[in-house]
Design a protein around this ligand. Structure first.
Ligand SMILES: C[S@@+](CC[C@H](N)C(=O)[O-])C[C@H]1O[C@@H](n2cnc3c(N)ncnc32)[C@H](O)[C@@H]1O
Length: 262
């Protein structure tokens, strides 16, 4: 019995270690390797896990994605859906700035279409992400346009969208790009329009804060500053007039920001 328990524990530990190694190599590890390259491009900060189609398909399973966000994913997406259900989107334009794994895009698109829009724009800097998103959105094909665009220098005109969704993009951008992405998100939004931002947040519990700190240090070096000096709400309020509601989840480990542009 003891041998069985020990073997099971050792197998579990090995599996966790392998999973951590897999994600490290495809996130932080890739950034470290790239930092030695003399060439730099607009996609240098994008992890291979978001650009290689095989890796995208390998990782993009709802239970895996939900587990990465400690099973808070449905609650965060549910917040955007609930807000969209309250708005009349007839004749209005909805922008999703950058794709994300899981069912966030189908759920947001479905809610937006039900709220009346027939004009949804899905953008990403990586074409494979757009193809992956498209593969989940067959029922809404006639209402969606897909565009290759950089969230930090968008090709959309000023004040051209009524809703803009940034779901877990900011923590993956180097700090100067976070401000640029928020400038752009604000610029393309019409007065009265709504900006939804899903992100990490400083946890209330010390133990969770310690784990979260370690997670960012190992895997996602650009995420930690969202806790303080790169707080999106503070930045938005410094660049314009907004009505902001911030909801936090799971001991404040995550946040959904609903910002209405005045
Ligand atoms: C929004 S995050 C998704 C993160 C989240 N952890 C998840 O589970 O899906 C990753 C997406 O952002 C995109 N992205 C990264 N930098 C971008 C940029 N500057 N402009 C537009 N899209 C960008 C990547 O190509 C990828 O599709």
């Amino acid at each position: 019995m003891t041998t069985f328990v020990l073997t099971a524990l050792a197998t579990l530990a090995a599996l966790l270690l392998l999973t951590a190694l897999f994600f490290f190599v495809l996130t932080r590890g890739a950034l470290i390797v790239r930092s030695f390259s003399p060439t730099h491009s607009a996609t240098s900060h994008v992890y291979p896990i978001y650009s290689n189609m095989r890796l995208i398909k390998f990782v993009d399973y709802q239970p895996v994605i939900s587990a990465i966000l400690l099973f808070q994913y449905p609650r965060l997406v549910g917040r955007i859906v609930t807000e969209l259900q309250r708005i009349n989107l007839a004749g209005k334009k909805v922008l999703i700035t950058s794709c994300a794994f899981g069912n966030v895009i189908p759920r947001v698109v479905e809610a937006a279409v039900q709220a009346g829009t027939s004009d949804v724009l899905i953008s990403d800097i990586v074409n494979n992400e757009l193809l992956n998103a498209r593969s989940k959105l067959q029922p809404f094909e006639s209402s969606i346009r897909y565009i290759s665009d950089d969230a930090t220098a968008m090709r959309q005109p000023d004040g051209s969208v009524d809703v803009n969704v940034l779901f877990f993009l900011l923590h993956e951008l180097p700090h100067p790009l976070k401000a640029k992405a928020l400038n752009e998100a604000s610029r393309v939004l019409k007065p009265g329009g709504k900006l939804f931002i899903g992100e990490f947040h400083r946890p209330r519990l010390a133990l969770l804060r310690a784990f979260s700190w370690l997670y960012f240090k190992v895997f996602e070096p650009y995420g930690l500053a969202l806790w303080d000096q790169e707080d999106p709400v503070v930045y938005l309020q410094s660049i314009g007039e907004w009505t902001v509601v911030r909801n936090t989840y799971f001991f404040s480990n995550y946040q959904m920001i609903t910002a209405t542009k005045k």
